[in-house]
Design a protein around this ligand. Structure first.
Ligand SMILES: *[C@@H]1O[C@H](CO)[C@@H](O)[C@H](O)[C@H]1NC(C)=O
Ligand SMILES: CC(=O)N[C@H]1CO[C@H](CO)[C@@H](O)[C@@H]1O
Length: 189
């Protein structure tokens, strides 16, 4: 039951069947965090605002934990409380960094299937993440993902605004961002 649910979620994540915010044409050329230090960036990040995806629909209390394994790979764990009361879903994967770009493999798929760009982070408080890739069903459109994340379950308006500014500078719209519920994570409602 849980396995089935997870693989469905991952398919949606990787292939974005009409469910992510689409843009037409080229992905904007973005600049990544300069002198990115992956060691400082590892650890847990809480999702504060995100572009809508089916993958997150009904989910709350979403966080992602990145760890360094002995073999040099990055361990990736996404956790959320989903819309069925009291149920948690966990997605595991691994990744490799290429400066500020993290190539990800979730459930044994290829690294090139998925990646996330770290546009800006101060390592201690916030990270502004973005991904854009050709939609599998139509090479004219691109599926895009924006995740504003925090080291804590909240992020100050000032730092959220900082991410908005970074998005704007890179030609990415913040208009599709919606807040992620990070409250009442231990209760069933
Ligand atoms: C991450 O999220 C899960 C599900 O909401 C929660 O159980 C877990 O405690 C969170 N991790 C941290 C470090 O708060
Ligand atoms: C602007 C801001 O919130 N800075 C904080 C980043 O995190 C460090 C460590 O927790 C705090 O000391 C800063 O105040």
């Amino acid at each position: 039951m849980n396995m089935l649910k997870c693989s469905a979620l991952i398919l949606v994540f990787l292939y974005g069947v009409n469910c992510q915010v689409p843009i037409v044409g080229e992905c904007p050329h973005v600049s990544l965090q300069k002198h990115f230090d992956s060691q400082k960036w590892l650890g847990t990040w809480f999702l504060i605002e995100a572009y809508y995806t089916d993958f997150l629909a009904g989910g709350k209390c979403i966080n992602q934990t990145f760890t360094q394994s002995d073999d040099g790979l990055i361990g990736i764990k996404l956790e959320q409380v989903n819309n069925q009361p009291g149920q948690e879903s966990i997605i595991d994967g691994s990744g490799v960094f290429d400066e500020g770009k993290l190539f990800m493999s979730l459930f044994g798929t290829s690294f090139i299937d998925s990646f996330v760009d770290i546009l800006e982070t101060d390592y201690e408080n916030y990270t502004c993440n973005w991904a854009c890739q050709t939609a599998k069903n139509n090479d004219q459109t691109k599926d895009t993902l924006v995740w504003i994340m925090s080291r804590k379950s909240t992020l100050s308006d000032e730092l959220i605004k900082k991410c908005y500014d970074v998005l704007e500078k890179n030609g990415i719209s913040s208009e599709y961002l919606t807040p992620i519920d990070q409250q009442n994570c231990n209760s069933s409602n």
